[in-house]
Design a protein around this ligand. Structure first.
Ligand SMILES: NC(=O)c1ccc[n+]([C@@H]2O[C@H](COP(=O)([O-])OP(=O)(O)OC[C@H]3O[C@@H](n4cnc5c(N)ncnc54)[C@H](O)[C@@H]3O)[C@@H](O)[C@H]2O)c1
Length: 259
């Protein structure tokens, strides 16, 4: 082992599994797609960002891992989302790992939220979690196992403003996780929620995180290090793999120990 270079786990049980990721073209989703493919999973993913999605497919194919299947799908369009899951299952077999990841954390003041904005924010941040899960259940039942991983957020647990609908959706995802885990456990399907802290994705670094925010992060976290997408992806891999086979209905926090 090289001194100072961490060596991370591999998960043989993920090889050949069909993993479906929403919002997989950039940010955390990109890392989930990349790391699942590196474990030799057959990955399919959807996103609205066509250029980034195609670039990721090419990058993974170039490095010699199984080439993922990408399609442009807006997760607010439920028929398109479920159709993509079905189409990709014909090619890669039933989805046995589902990562519900797509979201949009655009800020809005309480006074600016009307019914249309409320419904649209719920659609992009929570509704698709349920319908993607519903769509993969028959295949997981057939396979006799499955792992559904929902992305929650630290924002539902700390004092934040200007994100009321996003935070309501993220809190709802935790409840959805618990009830789906209870309902689907008898079929060998596990459902867990990963709660990232403040993760340095390109979007966060461009839009919200400057030097003052980094100082704030170091004050709030027990571990004074910035979190990056691979830190969260390693939790997702473990939950996707058989290594966590009796873990379900839980929230798994990756936040550096936020106070
Ligand atoms: N980055 C963080 O600090 C952080 C913290 C807590 C929770 N999270 C959660 O992690 C997940 C990923 O967050 P991220 O920071 O990588 O976000 P991001 O904005 O960087 O990436 C989100 C991805 O989803 C895609 N997307 C957005 N709207 C879509 C739509 N309507 N249909 C299909 N795809 C769409 C985007 O194109 C993008 O590729 C989200 O569920 C988010 O709530 C992130």
């Amino acid at each position: 082992m090289t001194v100072g270079m961490p060596v991370f786990a591999t998960y043989p049980s993920l090889a050949g599994q069909h993993a479906f990721v929403s919002g997989g073209a950039s940010g955390l989703g990109r890392e989930f797609v990349s790391q699942l493919a590196a474990q030799q999973a057959r990955v399919s993913f959807v996103d609205i960002d066509e250029a980034s999605g195609r670039a990721l497919v090419a990058e993974i194919a170039r490095r010699g891992d199984p080439e993922p299947a990408f399609s442009v799908v807006d997760v607010r369009d439920i028929p398109a989302l479920t159709e993509a899951i079905e189409r990709r299952s014909e090619r890669f077999g039933p989805v046995t790992v589902l990562v519900n990841n797509a979201a949009n954390d655009a800020r809005h003041a309480v006074v600016d939220v009307d019914v249309d904005l409320w419904d649209e924010r719920m659609a992009v941040n929570m509704r698709h979690h349920f319908f993607a899960a519903q769509a993969v259940v028959p295949g997981m039942r057939e396979a006799g196992h499955g792992s559904i991983i929902n992305l929650g957020s630290i924002s539902a647990h700390i004092d934040l403003t200007d994100l009321p609908v996003y935070i309501a959706a993220k809190a709802g995802i935790e409840g959805l996780t618990r009830t789906l885990a209870r309902e689907l456990g008898g079929d060998g399907i596990r459902v867990n929620c990963v709660i990232p802290g403040w993760v340095m994705t390109p979007r966060q670094l461009t839009k919200w995180v400057g030097e003052a925010e980094k100082e704030h992060i170091f004050r709030m976290q027990a571990l004074p290090e910035l979190l990056y997408p691979p830190d969260v992806a390693r939790m997702v891999l473990w939950l996707a793999a058989e290594d966590s086979r009796l873990c379900t209905g839980q929230t798994w926090v990756v936040d550096g120990g936020w106070e």
